[in-house]
Design a binder for this molecule. Sequence first.
Ligand SMILES: [Fe+2]
Length: 283
Amino acid sequence: MGEIVLAAKCTHVPTMLMSEQEGPIKGTRQPAIDGHMEIARRAKALGADTVVICDTHWVINAGFHINANSSFKGLFTSNEFPQFIQDLEYDYLGNPELGDAIAATASDMGIYTLSHHLDSLELEYGSLVPMRFMSREHEMKVVSVAACCTVHDHAESRVVGEAIRKAVEASDSKVLLVASGSLSHKIWANKDYAANNGTFTISSEFNRQMDLHVLEMWQRGDHATFLKILSDYANLCCGEGSMHDTAMLYGALGWDSYDKPCEVVTEYFPSSGTGQTNVIFPV
Ligand SMILES: [Fe+2]
């Protein structure tokens, strides 16, 4: 019988890639890179064979969608930040049976979800950046779940999360579940970016204080209270992808009955106006 062996909320900022290239960013995102590698080491120790990534860079405008291709290989340039992510090489195996099972389970639970096997349907960088670093420590098959949900509510994403867990438990896979997205996500206005050293700062002190408060709640295991503010937090602090990745994560973990204290493996850091971290949600 399969199981989710570990879960995490993960950053995927492009500066993590630039941190390993010559230039002004070099070395500055090492703690975030180390966090991804630590999560992968823990997943390996727990026997994970597959990572299911809820990706806040995959924008969807109807239904829910899963990239369940059998393999992913290519060169990725971000259409959002072509100056930051260029020709990123990737080569990963997929887990089509599990991706299909998640879609079928979610649909059975009333949430219309499609699973796709298309070589031209690329992974987005919310999946590719974590895989870049995690794969150094542990090779895992990848299933990517769209989590930039423009016309959906958190109650639906919660059910998708429940379907992920149900499908995993009916499979023979051991899974690392990753919610790939930031905390607050108010990117600096273009005209203000340079004057505010935008790469390394947050755009709103209110957002920073809320992010720190949320991290405290997570570390205390007070998820039930967090879930009461999730919608307001996502709205007021511009949560990435409206934080549908987070709603899916909690759906998989049991929503407000989940009470485990989280472990911050990468200290909170600002990036391009947004709030970022890597946090383990023990199962
Ligand atoms: Fe992002």
